[in-house]
Design a protein around this ligand. Structure first.
Ligand code: CO
Length: 240
């Protein structure tokens, strides 16, 4: 008996989608309607828009931002699809054990050859506020521990700020600076800097009350400010 044919005969059919059982909410339906509208608008502006878009991407920017629904990378920078490669997580944390972030960073830097990596936080960040409090929220507490570590580094400054909103916003800034430092410390960026001089890492904070971006002026284009603890030799040199 033909094993492939036999396999087909005995295979379990995929379950039929529940076409009629699920009632779709208005908020869900509006997403698909919104997509139709967007396609129409884009095609009105440029009939070849999707033909061009489907050919590939060559973004010059990697955006590492917060998952917060109010800070979409393209909208706040007035850029188009294809211009910004995006990674987002709660409170824009960059830790060297996060395989997801590292994969995005490595692909962006070494394959797409982006010229700018931007860590973008935002004032009023719920993740940062949670890290300043003693409340438990569940699994996310382990993720936010990374921000508590930033709090510990700057507790002398933060604990002197009596206004709660200001204290959160200052930690938002300090967190962005620390995450920029974390990106710079990564082997991905250190090795890229050995070969390229056109790769810059930046830290931004978005002010949701004005929409404006505040550059934290911690941009780096080389390993000068890493400190001897984190500076790495070439892989070959280290092996000898
Ligand atoms: Co946030």
């Amino acid at each position: 008996m033909d094993p492939i044919k036999n396999h087909k005969t005995n295979s379990i059919p995929a379950p039929e989608p529940e076409k009629t059982k699920i009632s779709l909410s208005q908020s869900y339906a509006s997403l698909l309607n919104g997509n139709s509208e967007w396609v129409k608008t884009q095609l009105t502006k440029d009939p070849d828009y999707f033909t061009k878009l489907s050919k590939g991407q060559s973004p010059e920017v990697l955006w590492i931002g917060c998952s917060d629904s109010r800070v979409p990378a393209n909208e706040v920078t007035n850029t188009n699809p294809g211009e910004v490669f995006v990674h987002r997580n709660i409170a824009n944390v960059c830790v060297h054990t996060d395989m997801n972030m590292l994969s995005v960073l490595d692909y962006a830097v070494n394959v797409l050859k982006v010229k700018h990596v931007i860590v973008a936080g935002h004032y009023g960040c719920g993740g940062v506020a949670a890290a300043l409090s003693k409340k438990q929220f569940g699994l996310i507490d382990n993720w936010l521990r990374n921000i508590k570590d930033v709090y510990r580094l700057h507790s002398h400054e933060l604990d002197r700020i009596t206004d709660e909103e200001q204290r959160v916003n200052r930690l938002v800034e300090l967190n962005v600076m620390e995450q920029v430092y974390n990106v710079c410390k990564s082997t991905i960026i250190q090795n890229a800097w050995k070969e390229r001089s056109d790769l810059q890492i930046h830290g931004w904070v978005i002010d949701l009350k004005t929409g404006l971006i505040k550059d934290q002026k911690v941009s780096s284009s080389g390993p000068r400010n890493l400190g001897y603890v984190y500076e790495l030799d070439d892989v070959e040199a280290a092996a000898h």
